[in-house]
Design a protein around this ligand. Structure first.
Ligand SMILES: [Zn+2]
Length: 227
């Protein structure tokens, strides 16, 4: 058998080996605790698949803290009760009904290829993508997709997805009971800042100037005295 080459040309393999050799030994206890005690993440993060959106960096989270569902555009399918083979829908049900998360974040971002494609059209062969992007339709503006319109659409889409989340019976029930909060985020890559949706202002506010981490498109829950 010939000796292995001194340096692997397989970049992914090299990264796997580095994780096991360098990172894991430093954090071994944390991972083993998470196995022994199970995962108890408090947050469901629904984010765009874009490679520039790194949820762990934005939130400073580590292993066990975020339950993540990512898809093209950070979109939430309409709750139609069909219980079909739908990954995003199943992820939402798992997070709310089995993990009992306290927050759901919908995180879009600047320069989102999904939003641009919703205006310009997907390749002819991409039938699933064409269908999927219909979930953005109601957020589209009747204008040419200039940078400003794209940004507004990215933000409008976040709010639209939050509204759809409220159609999920288990989400609505938990939100109305005050056990679950929704957060709309728009990450501006070039500014290194998330802008959070503020339902009172009806707009997105830079996190550096916000007094909260974002709201859903509804009046916040008010505690009743007899509860
Ligand atoms: Zn995107």
């Amino acid at each position: 058998m010939p000796p292995a080459p001194p340096e692997s040309s397989d970049e992914l393999l090299h990264r796997l080996q580095r994780f096991h050799a360098d990172y894991f030994p430093l954090h071994q206890q944390r991972f083993q605790d998470l196995v022994a005690q199970g995962q108890h993440p408090k947050t469901l993060f629904i984010g765009c698949s874009d490679s520039r959106l790194v949820p762990y960096l934005l939130t400073g989270a580590g292993p066990g803290e975020l339950f993540i569902v990512r898809n093209v555009g950070a979109l939430v399918p309409s709750y139609d009760g069909s219980h079909g083979l739908h990954g995003t829908m199943a992820g939402i049900e798992f997070a709310v009904l089995m993990l009992h998360v306290k927050s759901i974040i919908v995180c879009g971002h600047s320069h989102c290829g999904a939003i641009r494609t919703a205006y310009e059209g997907a390749p002819e062969e991409a039938k699933a993508l064409q269908n999927w992007l219909r979930l953005v339709d109601e957020a589209l503006l009747p204008v040419q997709p200039c940078p400003e319109a794209l940004l507004r659409t990215e933000q409008r889409s976040v709010v639209l997805q939050l509204e759809r989340l409220m159609d999920y019976p288990m989400v609505r029930r938990e939100v109305e009971a005050g056990r679950l909060k929704l957060h709309g985020w728009h990450y501006v890559i070039e500014e290194g800042e998330v802008h959070v949706f503020d339902v009172q202002r009806g707009d997105f506010v830079p996190a550096s100037r916000s007094t909260h981490s974002g709201t859903g498109p509804f009046t916040p829950h008010v505690e009743h005295l007899n509860e």
